[in-house]
Design a protein around this ligand. Sequence first.
Ligand code: FEO
Length: 383
Amino acid sequence: MNITTDIFYVGVNDHTTDLFEGQFPIPNGMSYNSYVILDEKVAVLDTVDRNFTEEWLGNVREALAGRKPDYLVVHHMEPDHAANIANFVRAYPEVTIAASAKAFTMMEQFFPDTEFPNRLVLANGSVLELGKHSLTFLAAPMVHWPEVMVSFDSCDHILFSADAFGKFGALDVDEPWDDEARRYYIGIVGKHGVPTQTLLKKAASLDIHRICPLHGPALTEDLSHYLNLYQTWSSYEPEESGIVIAYTSVYGNTAQAVRLLADSLIAKGCQKVAVYDLCRCDMSAAVADAFRYDRLVLATTTYYNNVFPFMSDFLQRLTERNLQKRKVALIENGSWGPLAAKQMKEKLSGCKNLQFAEQEVRIRSALNAESREAVERLAEELA
Ligand code: FEO
């Protein structure tokens, strides 16, 4: 597949893995992108997941059309992209690997039995001349690992962006970009908003016509749409007005309060109300929506003087991704000694710029007239 006249896509689609990185459901698969630049010198950009070695080597061989690669460029050492470095060196022993110093350290760790004698160590600002194409490398630490570099081809104005601007979903599945790119960014890179902002500032100085990430489609039109979303996500600003209600319920009573609240919010004109049963939903979708919308309701049972396990997991995922700049409301249930609201607040105490709703709802076992009124008052406050 041609990206431009002399840049070729040689990646693969994965429809066999159920959980990406062992935790993110990928119902529409995943792509591991790799590119070949044919110029006076030939460069292969990144490898693919270990389960696709032969398919990828075949794609590379076809794109090379009988030529030998001069360089294997390694933007990122995570195994979804780097698993085949040793196999590539075995297939093309004369190739020079171009990567950051940290990437070479990781390469030795991942492949203790392989020698990598031909090395080009890249630093921020390094330039790899291929002929009419030249790649300028920019360090992008923590987007998503510390060794990451992105590169810019000044000939075709392409940013090879590593994990940034990637998405879940294989390339042979047609689906909108935003939702699966948001779930991917928030889930995988969301903790690293500040480094992502640094990368965006560097990118702003480049005349980019196309973004080629390591996952998902090459982005060619209306690049400001993608750049603006990354600006929003990495600065932790809510993307739009809406309410997420995330809950756990043991015997259905907390769920009943959640339904009452959701119905009341909708009746009051709230157009976007997303409800997640944390015990049964894709938690990564709930996390992504918690960062998407500007209001979040957490409803859970007191459990061992703490909060129910799935809510505990959800809160950990939110806090380790630096949830901030949101309004948060709390609903707790407890048949004796309810403590969940207090515990949830404590778990969120390190989050910046959270505004807690004045109205808290306490359910004693099941809804009664008093707690129903509290739910209604909360709906009024949130709407
Ligand atoms: Fe797609 Fe951080 O690897």
